[in-house]
Design a binder for this molecule. Structure first.
Ligand SMILES: Cc1cc2nc3c(=O)[nH]c(=O)nc-3n(C[C@H](O)[C@H](O)[C@H](O)COP(=O)(O)OP(=O)(O)OC[C@H]3O[C@@H](n4cnc5c(N)ncnc54)[C@H](O)[C@@H]3O)c2cc1C
Length: 442
C-alpha cells in the first residue's frame, strides 16, 4: 500500500479527484468521508426528476458507494470530518450513525466539501413547508409532494437558475407557481434586458414573476412579503449557495472570493499536500482576471481531474473559468458566458455591445422561433468579452459554446464572423445568430 489520500466529500469535487488520483497512481490508499448517504450524485438532474421528466432517482447516481469500493476507495458514508490537524497530519471524523469520533492519518488531503444553499435568518425559515434543494433526499421529498398533489400553490424564492428550473418542475405538475425575487430581474448573471425576455417567457407559460419583492419571513403556509402575504403549500429556496469552507478556515487554510478555498493552478491550497476541487473552492476568471466563486458541476469535474492528476504524481494545471452556463424554463433556453455588462464595468473594461433577434433555424423552415443573442466586446481591440442567448427551440442555447470557445481563445468579433460554422435550413439561418450578432458589432 502506498501513501494515504483522504478525501472529504462524496461528490464531483472529492470523488472525482480520488478516482483520477487512483487511476494515475494505483498504489494509493484512498479513504473518502461523506456526511450524507450518497456518492457521485448529479444534483443537476434534481429539477428534472421533481418535474417527472426523469423517472428514477437512482439514475442520478453516477457511481454508488459500492462501485467506488470495488475500485479500491474506502467510502465511509454518514461520516463528518470535524477537524484537521496539519502538523500531525490527522483528521477527526464523526461517525454520525454510531455517535463516535475517531482520528485518521493522511499523507495528502482533498477538501471537496461543496457548497450549501443560502438560508437567510428569516422568521419561519425552518418551517416544514420551506425547502432547500441540494441532495437526492431533497429531490425525493419534493417529488413526493408534487406527485401527491400536496402542493397546488408553490412559491419559489430567488430567480436564479435553480429557482427557475424548480418553478418549471412544479408548473409541469399543474401547480400555481410564483417566483419572488428581491432584485429587479431574474437570472442576475444576464444583463437586465436579456433577463426581461426570460421573465416574459415565464409569464407566458403561467409562472408569475414578482420582482423587487423582499420576503420578510414564513408563517403558517404563508410567505410574508410587502403588499400582502402569499399563500403557499410549499416554498422552494433558490437564493444561491455559499461554499462549505469552514473546515478549511478552521485549519488555517487561506480563503479567497466569497470565502471559497483559495487554490493555485494545480488545485493545491495554501497548505502543502492539501488540495481542493469543486463548489468549495475558488476559480480564476480568465476574462476579469480575478478570483471568483462559480459553483457548477462542469467546473467541479475539471478541477477534480487536475487535482487528481497532480496527487497521482503528474503535473496538470486548471487554467480557469469564463462563467459559461446554460439553463431552461420550459421551451425557453438561456445561455451565458464571459462577462455581463455590470461585470465588464466592474472589471474595468471599456466595452460596447450588440443585441440581435434572429431565428433558431432558417426563417422559411417550419416552426422557426426567435432567438436573441447579445455580444459584448472590448471597445479598442474588439476582443469578445461576453455573450448571452435567450431563445426557443431545442438546443438553441448550446450555441453559447461557440461564443465560449471564441472568448476562451481571445478571439475578436471579426474572427467570430469569419468562423466556418455549419448551416442547413433545419439547423440555423445561413448566418448563424452568433455571427449575426458579431456582424452587428462590426
Ligand atoms: C438543483 C441543482 C441543479 C444544478 N444544476 C447544475 C447544472 O445544470 N449544471 C452545472 O454545471 N451544475 C449544476 N449544479 C451544481 C452542481 O451540482 C455542483 O456544482 C456539484 O455538485 C459540485 O460538486 P461538489 O463535489 O463540489 O459539491 P457537492 O455536490 O456539494 O458535494 C460536497 C459533498 O461534501 C459533503 N461534505 C461537506 N462537508 C463535509 C464534511 N465536513 N465531512 C464529510 N462530508 C462533507 C457534503 O455532504 C456533499 O455531499 C446544480 C446544483 C443543484 C443543487
Amino acid at each position: 500500500m502506498g501513501s494515504r489520500l483522504v478525501v472529504v466529500g462524496g461528490n464531483a469535487g472529492a470523488m472525482g479527484t480520488a478516482a483520477q488520483a487512483l487511476r494515475a497512481d494505483p498504489s494509493l490508499e484512498v479513504i473518502a468521508f461523506e456526511r450524507g448517504g450518497w456518492t457521485s450524485s448529479a444534483a443537476c438532474g434534481i429539477p428534472f426528476f421533481v418535474g417527472g421528466e426523469i423517472d428514477s432517482l437512482d439514475s442520478l447516481v453516477a457511481r454508488t458507494p459500492e462501485e467506488h469500493r470495488r475500485r479500491g476507495i474506502d467510502v465511509r458514508l454518514r461520516h463528518e470530518v470535524t477537524a484537521v490537524d496539519l502538523d500531525r497530519r490527522v483528521l477527526e471524523a464523526r461517525d454520525l450513525e454510531n455517535a463516535r469520533t475517531y482520528e485518521t492519518g493522511f499523507d495528502q488531503l482533498v477538501l471537496g466539501t461543496g457548497a450549501r444553499p443560502l438560508r437567510p435568518p428569516l422568521p419561519g425559515i425552518d418551517a416544514a413547508f420551506v425547502h432547500g434543494v441540494q441532495t437526492l433526499d431533497d429531490a425525493e421529498v419534493l417529488f413526493r409532494k408534487a406527485e401527491n398533489q400536496d402542493c397546488r400553490r408553490v412559491v419559489v424564492v430567488g430567480g436564479g437558475y435553480i429557482g427557475l428550473e424548480m418553478a418549471e418542475a412544479f408548473k409541469r405538475w399543474g401547480a400555481s407557481v410564483i417566483v419572488v425575487e428581491a432584485g429587479d430581474q431574474v437570472m442576475r448573471s444576464l444583463d437586465p434586458e436579456m433577463a426581461a425576455f426570460v421573465s416574459e417567457a415565464m409569464e407566458r407559460i403561467g409562472i408569475e414573476v414578482r420582482l423587487g419583492t423582499h420576503v420578510n419571513g414564513f408563517d403558517d403556509h404563508r410567505v410574508i412579503v410587502e403588499g400582502g402575504d402569499l399563500p403557499a403549500d410549499l416554498v422552494v429556496l433558490g437564493l444561491g449557495v455559499t461554499p462549505n469552507s469552514e473546515l478549511a478556515r478552521d485549519t488555517g487554510i487561506e480563503l479567497g472570493a466569497r470565502n471559497a478555498i483559495k487554490v493555485d493552478r494545480r488545485q493545491q491550497t495554501s497548505a502543502a499536500g492539501v488540495w481542493s476541487a469543486g463548489d468549495c473552492c475558488e476559480s480564476y476568471h480568465l476574462v476579469s482576471e480575478r478570483g471568483v466563486h462559480i459553483a457548477l458541476g462542469t467546473v467541479a469535474n475539471r478541477q477534480a481531474r487536475v487535482a487528481g492528476l497532480n496527487i497521482g504524481g503528474g503535473r496538470a494545471e486548471f487554467p480557469g473559468v469564463i462563467g459559461t452556463a446554460i439553463t431552461r424554463v420550459c421551451e425557453t433556453e438561456i445561455g451565458r458566458t464571459g462577462l455581463s455588462e455590470p461585470e465588464a464595468t466592474e472589471a474595468g473594461f471599456d466595452f460596447e455591445s450588440a443585441r440581435i433577434i434572429s431565428t433558431n433555424h432558417a426563417g422559411y423552415y417550419p416552426d422557426a422561433r426567435p432567438i436573441v443573442v447579445k455580444l459584448i466586446v472590448e471597445r479598442a481591440t474588439r476582443r469578445l468579452l461576453g455573450g448571452q442567448i435567450v431563445g426557443g427551440g431545442p438546443g438553441v442555447a448550446k450555441r453559447i459554446d461557440v461564443v465560449a470557445t471564441a472568448i476562451w481563445n481571445r478571439m475578436t468579433a471579426e474572427e467570430l464572423v469569419n468562423l466556418d460554422l455549419s448551416y442547413a435550413p433545419p439547423f440555423s439561418p445561413v448566418w448563424d445568430p452568433v455571427q449575426t450578432a458579431a456582424r452587428q458589432l462590426l
